[in-house]
Structures are given as structure tokens and as C-alpha cells.
Design a protein around this ligand. Structure first.
Ligand code: ASP
Length: 428
């Protein structure tokens, strides 16, 4: 699969950076020279907020089709030919465990470093109060996700209603069940269905590409709305957020990956990283696991000597389903924004966030910014205003490069780990 992220990507991100700077400078100026004045509030309410909301709505619009189709196809791909059964099972376990470790690192980092704390809680609450989505609905949702309901809500009573309520975990559960059943029954009907789902997936990806084109304007608008109210403090807050994500990604990349390569894959980590270099560089420069896939496959087969059958399977599936960096990033972002808006999340809710991020990383597309719609939905699930996305969009280019590097390297580590003990005569 070849998807986006190439020439247009660079200029789009330059535009996003410009949007980021314009939004911040204009917002800071408004805050410094006209803070609290009538016209600033007018601009925020009637110009900046609607533009930002439009972008968020477009992202939300794509969540259900994208996540449903990505998960069904992912499950079907894992379970397909029976010859791949053992490899499929190992790959699945690898993805779930290592993604879980990644999110845990992210959640621990966010709990220790508290990147979103620092502003007086009234400020966050004030934003919460004025943001459109912070209405009673969000508060209601927050209360609904307590106690045993946390677990029961994973299984939807009615999948359509779950989708309508933006209940992402329930939609994911339904999609997983659907995928499993579609793997078990192989009839003309299911094949047609899967062809349609593939069509839904392709269309959703294209639409995301279009929506992301609006990001520069949304970034400017959302950042203006926030900095006009908060002034300079918000910049310091963002720097702490970026630092936390990069640090946690580095722990996963430089500690977890080498341990896996050495002790599970029985290889030298230094040699592994040297051989993986072309894929690492491509991932960093394209911000897209899917666009990097050809390089990843070449590296797995030719430079790491992974049996072709295993390499092709693990890396192809991994490009959309195995996203350690994205999962970790989602975890930190959700906690950061919760802290920023002064929303307390207990341990039970954080455990649910862990699952949401594991599934969210499987359901995110391997294109630049592919995880943004998923994050927006996770935020709503936990009663956090999705406008917070505006805060992080401006720094997303850089973080996307870093997390995609971790995603792709994770696919190669997976290929090495899963292929251990497999017959080597197929090596090319
Ligand atoms: N850009 C990432 C990838 O392609 C996905 C994301 O986290 O946005 O792996």
C-alpha cells in the first residue's frame, strides 16, 4: 500500500508550522495588548473557535469508518492462511504486549513529570467552561465511566449507538469480533464484505489526507483561541509536553527495543540498529509507516535476513497495526490534556486509557497525523475537551517524525523476534 506523506507532506507541515507561529504570535499579542477586551472575545467566539471546531468535526467524522475498517482488516490479515497461524499468533502477542509496554512508559512519564500541570487550575477550568464541547454531555460521560461500568462498557449493547456516542472502545470491540468471525467463515459473502471494508478503509485514508490539509488554518485558529486567553504560560507548558514525549519515546527506543532484540531475538542490538538505519531514516523523514513500508520490507529481508514469509507478514501488518510510538504518544497526550484542563483521572480510568491507546494505535492509519482522529475520540471518551488537540497540533510535525521512527523500528524488532526459531532456508 502506498499512501500520502510524500512531496505535499513537507509543504503541508511547513504551512502547519506557519499556522502555529501565526496563531501563537497573534494570540500572545492579543493577550498582551488587548487581553479581556470585547473584540478579542468576539474574534475567539465567532472566528477562531468555529474554524477550529470545523476541523475537529471533520476529524471526528472519519473516526468510526476508519477505526472499524482498519481493525476488521487487521484481524483478518492476522488470521488468514492457516500456514501463518503460528506466526500470526506470535505477532499478535508481540503487538499487544510491546504496545502495552509503550503506553505504560508514556503513562508513567506523564504521571511523574506532570507536563500539563503548572497553570492555576482556574485557568484550565475557565477554558473548559467556554469551550463548546464542555457542555453537560462531557460531564455526563465522565461520570458514566466509573466503577464496574468501565469494563462492561467495553461491550456495546448496540454498536450503532456506541458509534453515535463516540464510544470508541465499544466500536473497537465490535470491529474485533466482526474481524474474528470474518476470518472463521470464508464464503463469497464474507469476501465481498471484506472487499467493501477495504474500500471504506481506502476512502477514509484519502479523506483524512484532505482534512489534514485544513490543519494549518485550524492550528492558527485553535492556538489563537488558547493563547489569547492564556498568554505566554501556555508555551512553557507545550515545551514540557514535547520534552516528556521525546524522553518517553527515547526510553522505549533505547531501552525496550535493545532488550527485546538481545534477549528475545538473540541478536546484537548495535548490529540491529546499524542494519535498520535506512528504515529509521525514512520513517523519520516521511512521518508515515505506510510510506516507509517498502524500505522496511527491504531492510527486514535483505539487511536483517528475516525469512521473507515472516518479514512480509509482520512488517505489512505492523505498518498499520504495530505502532509503539503512536500508542505511547496517545497515552501522554491524553494525560497531558487532562492535567492541562484540571481533570483528575484515577487509576481505573488510566487503565482504561491504556486499553484505549493499545487499540487506538492498532486502529490508527500509518500516515502523517494518522493518530489525530483517534486521539480526539479518546479525549471525548474521558471527558477532556477535544479542542486540546489544537494545542498539540502545532508541535505535531516533530513528534510525528519521532513516533513514526519508533513505530517502524518496532516493526523490525517484531520481525526479528517473531522469526526467531523459524526455518532459515527461506532467507534471501
Ligand atoms: N504518522 C504515524 C505513522 O505513520 C501515525 C501517527 O501516529 O500519526 O506511523
Amino acid at each position: 500500500m502506498t499512501v500520502t506523506g510524500k512531496p505535499g507532506g513537507m509543504s503541508l507541515h511547513t504551512k502547519m508550522l506557519i499556522g502555529f507561529i501565526v496563531g501563537i504570535v497573534a494570540g500572545l499579542a492579543a493577550n498582551a495588548f488587548a487581553g479581556g477586551q470585547e473584540w478579542v472575545n468576539w474574534v475567539v467566539t465567532y472566528v477562531a473557535n468555529p474554524v477550529g471546531q470545523l476541523f475537529l468535526r471533520l476529524l471526528f467524522m472519519l473516526v468510526v469508518p476508519l477505526v472499524f475498517s482498519a481493525l476488521v482488516l487487521g484481524v483478518v490479515e492476522i488470521g488468514q492462511p492457516s500456514a501463518l497461524g503460528r506466526i500470526g499468533f506470535r505477532t499478535l502477542v508481540y503487538i499487544l504486549v510491546v504496545t502495552g509496554v509503550a503506553v505504560t512508559i508514556g503513562l508513567i512519564a506523564a504521571n511523574i513529570l506532570q507536563p500539563g500541570k503548572g497553570l492555576p487550575p482556574e485557568v484550565g477550568q475557565a477554558i473548559l467552561a467556554t469551550s463548546q464541547t464542555s457542555s453537560a454531555a462531557i460531564i455526563e460521560k465522565k461520570e458514566a465511566i466509573n466503577g464496574i461500568d468501565l469494563l462492561l462498557n467495553i461491550v456495546p449493547k448496540n454498536p450503532i449507538q456506541a458509534a453515535a456516542n463516540g464510544d470508541l472502545i465499544a466500536v473497537m470491540f465490535f470491529a474485533l469480533m466482526f474481524g474474528v468471525a470474518a476470518t472463521v467463515i470464508r464464503s463469497d459473502g464474507t469476501r465481498t464484505f471484506l472487499g467493501t471494508v477495504q474500500g471504506v478503509y481506502d476512502i477514509s485514508l484519502l479523506l483524512i489526507g484532505w482534512v489534514i490539509k485544513l490543519a494549518p488554518y485550524a492550528v492558527a485558529a485553535l492556538l489563537f483561541a488558547i493563547t489569547a486567553r492564556l498568554g505566554f504560560d501556555v508555551i512553557a507548558q507545550l515545551a514540557r509536553y514535547v520534552g516528556t514525549v521525546v524522553l518517553a519515546l527515547a526510553v522505549h527506543f533505547f531501552v525496550v527495543f535493545p532488550l527485546l532484540v538481545k534477549y528475545v531475538g538473540s541478536r546484537s542490538p548495535i548490529d540491529f540498529f546499524k542494519r535498520a538505519e535506512p528504515a529509521i531514516l525514512t520513517a523519520f523523514s516521511t512521518s508515515s509507516s505506510s510510506a516507509t513500508l517498502p524500505t522496511t520490507l527491504m531492510v527486514a529481508e535483505e539487511r536483517l535476513g528475516v525469512p521473507r514469509r515472516v518479514g512480509r507478514f509482520v512488517c505489512t501488518l505492523g505498518a498499520t497495526a504495530n505502532m509503539n510510538g503512536t500508542a505511547l504518544f496517545e497515552g501522554i497526550t491524553v494525560l497531558f490534556l487532562a492535567q492541562f484542563f484540571g481533570i483528575e483521572l484515577g487509576i481505573g480510568q488510566q487503565i482504561l486509557i491504556l486499553f484505549a491507546c493499545i487499540l487506538g494505535a492498532i486502529g490508527a492509519a500509518g500516515v502523517p497525523g494518522g493518530s489525530l482522529p483517534v486521539i480526539a475520540s479518546i479525549l471525548v471518551m474521558f471527558g477532556i475537551p477535544p479542542e486540546g488537540i489544537g494545542l498539540i497540533l502545532g508541535v505535531d510535525r516533530f513528534l510525528d517524525m519521532c513516533r513514526t521512527t519508533v513505530n517502524v523500528t518496532g516493526d523490525l524488532v517484531g520481525a526479528v523476534v517473531v522469526s526467531r526459531g523459524e526455518p532459515t532456508e527461506e532467507r534471501t
